[in-house]
Design a protein around this ligand. Structure first.
Ligand SMILES: NC(=O)c1ccc[n+]([C@@H]2O[C@H](COP(=O)([O-])OP(=O)(O)OC[C@H]3O[C@@H](n4cnc5c(N)ncnc54)[C@H](OP(=O)(O)O)[C@@H]3O)[C@@H](O)[C@H]2O)c1
Length: 299
């Protein structure tokens, strides 16, 4: 069985990958620390990707055929207020992973974001010009460039507004909305931030599909539909039988977020659809799949 090293295996996407990949790969996961709770059911190694030597030693020891690099500082506002940390993790850390991949000949797939765009004219295709507005977007774009400079055959997979559920998976936009609406609390969602919501399970399947084909180059790998946060919230409410009347339409300016957000972002997924022969899930299909998962998992 080939070996797959997943960086960020304890995160939302990484944990989905770790579960899905084990049919085809021996899975080794990397994160800063194992999460609290039941022990992980794969080979987990605590390594900080800022530590170049530790990353190199791990990869030399594990000798993965494939590395899927999901680890990142993903909190967009924290990146804005702690830019040195964002740089160290997202740029330098990604460079360490790429250097280790190059030294061992492992194929590398690295996950990036639609925040590399300014959101003036999304959704965006792979050939569109980048222009990040935030430290998060800038560091992820620098990471893309550093990775490709070190590993020219790497695959960069950009995604957008990830959501999903599972044991140990941290909360995300969909769960926050569900929690508030189930509690009957009114919420405000902005109508001037558009993205392409992506079920983490679907993205994990897309990435393994790309891996199976040995894909290299840039791919947009998000959900297939672009939608603003307000409309997304209303679709969440309807899918889960909750009251969309609790959702107030708001504007980004009301939120006073430290990091600027792209207004009309989101990704065009024609390239990955053509290569894999299937489209990523749209908003309603992704939410319906999540609902089925939660119903199946319910005691
Ligand atoms: N979430 C989104 O909406 C979104 C949208 C577009 C693109 N993306 C991209 O998709 C990828 C996956 O996102 P996600 O939402 O699954 O992320 P996440 O849930 O925030 O998980 C991040 C993972 O990275 C690990 N990590 C962070 N800093 C690390 C370090 N210094 N050394 C080692 N591991 C470290 C974390 O481990 P610890 O917990 O141990 O630190 C965790 O396992 C990221 O590359 C992100 O930029 C996400």
């Amino acid at each position: 069985m080939p070996t797959l090293l997943i960086t960020g295996s304890t995160g939302l996407l990484g944990s989905k990958l770790a579960r899905l990949a084990r049919e085809r790969y021996r899975v080794v996961g990397l994160g800063r620390a194992a999460p609290d709770g039941p022990p992980l059911d794969y080979d987990f190694r605590p390594v900080d990707i800022r530590d170049r030597r530790a990353v190199a030693a791990l990869v030399q020891g594990v000798r993965p055929h494939l590395i899927i690099h999901t680890a990142a500082m993903t909190a967009v506002d924290r990146c804005e207020t702690s830019p040195e940390e964002a740089e160290a993790i997202n740029v330098a850390g990604s460079g360490h992973v790429a250097t280790a991949a190059a030294a061992t000949g492992a194929h590398l797939i690295a996950v990036s974001t639609d925040y590399v765009f300014d959101g003036e004219s999304g959704p965006y295709a792979e050939h569109d010009d980048t222009n990040p507005l935030s430290t998060y977007g800038r560091t992820k774009l620098e990471a893309e460039r550093r990775i490709v400079a070190i590993c020219p055959a790497a695959c960069i997979a950009r995604t957008s507004v990830l959501y999903g559920a599972g044991p140990g998976v941290r909360s995300n936009f969909v769960f926050w909305v569900l929690g508030e609406l189930r509690a009957g609390r009114p919420i405000t969602l902005v109508a001037d931030q558009t993205g392409s919501p992506t079920l983490a399970d679907d993205l994990a399947a897309l990435l393994l599909g790309l891996a199976g084909l040995g894909a290299s180059g840039l791919f947009h790998t998000s959900g297939s539909e672009s939608i603003n946060r307000f409309d997304f919230g209303c679709r969440i409410a309807r899918t889960f039988g909750l009251d969309p009347g609790l959702i107030r339409r708001g504007a980004t300016a009301e939120l006073y977020q430290p990091a600027p957000r792209p207004k009309h972002s989101g990704l065009v997924v024609g390239k990955v659809t053509r290569l894999l022969g299937r489209s990523p899930l749209d908003v309603d299909s992704g939410l319906a799949a999540l609902k089925r998962q939660l119903e199946t998992a319910a005691p």
